[in-house]
Design a protein around this ligand. Structure first.
Ligand SMILES: [Zn+2]
Length: 286
């Protein structure tokens, strides 16, 4: 095999892959290292905004569907929800930490039960545990009218892009934050492991909504992707599975994993069986 064949093969592989998502994940350790010593909340905010900016740029260069590009009123809507839910996330984290310290004051002055685990074990464990609560609540929200009324907002747009990943009812954002953070605090993961797991999950939450073409190939069985998550936003309720975001582990274990390489749902948005929602004015539904 000569150099030209190798180069052509590599270019074909690159063309078929969702390289902006892969590049973002590859850059994550470097970003976290560069921001070491910063307060964790600021690291999360900066990395989240940088990831969003990168994905929005990549969507201009490498879109799956030109029709899914965010229009100006939708961007204004998404910016408002980004700010609102950032406040909700911070407040929820503050309240949960205060509650855990009140119930288990030993957490404040002694290392947690899992704080001494090597990072190579603790990080995947924290990600898997951090996904379980939001996964279970997400599945529940699709089955219970009371929760669906809040979650439906996230399904309202008939398109997917990185900006509308943040479109979620504040109560939905709060229950996700609580379901992720509470087990971490109670199990006593180290602050660094919680930060790394939160960074990965935050970046994944944006990337799986991105309007990017290409595939992650076999990695779809290990981490969440836009290919997988598009099925979750299908208007056909029977195929709208894949409730996990960062990783597909719990979908695989609980039988809701949908992976159809090379295929995508015909239409995105609210299920046909769902009564019209009036959360947003028509101009912002997208
Ligand atoms: Zn959903």
């Amino acid at each position: 095999m000569n150099l030209r064949t190798l180069t052509q093969g590599a270019l074909r592989l690159l063309h078929a892959s969702n390289w902006p998502h892969l590049l973002l994940l590859a850059a994550l350790p470097a970003a976290a290292w560069a921001l070491r010593g910063w307060p964790h909340e600021q690291t999360l905010a900066l990395v989240g905004l940088a990831a969003l900016a990168w994905l929005m740029l990549a969507e201009r260069l490498w879109p799956l569907s030109p029709d899914w590009q965010a229009r100006r009123p939708e961007l204004a809507r998404d910016a408002a929800f980004l700010g609102l839910n950032a406040v909700v996330d911070s407040l929820s984290a503050f309240l949960l930490t205060a509650l855990v310290l009140r119930w288990a004051p030993g957490q404040a002055d002694s290392p947690g039960a899992l704080a001494t685990l090597p990072a190579v074990v603790a990080l995947p464990l924290a990600i898997a545990i951090g996904e379980l609560g939001p996964f279970a609540l997400h599945r529940w929200a699709h089955r219970r009218e009371g929760l669906w009324r809040f979650h439906a907002l996230h399904h309202q747009p008939a398109k997917l892009n990185a900006a509308n990943a943040v479109l979620a009812h504040p109560l939905n954002a709060a229950w996700n934050q609580a379901a992720r953070l509470l087990p971490w605090l109670l199990l006593g993961f180290s602050a660094e492991v919680m930060l790394w797991a939160a960074l990965f999950m935050q970046v994944q939450g944006l990337a799986v909504h991105a309007n990017l073409r290409g595939s992650l190939g076999p990695l779809n069985c290990l981490i969440g992707s836009a290919e997988l998550h598009r099925w979750h936003h299908s208007v056909v309720e029977a195929e709208a599975h894949n409730y996990g975001t960062a990783i597909p582990l719990w979908d695989q274990l609980f039988g809701s994993f949908v992976y159809r390489p090379g295929r995508a749902p015909a239409r995105l948005g609210l299920f046909a069986s769902t009564a019209p929602q009036t959360w947003l004015p028509a101009c912002c539904r997208g």
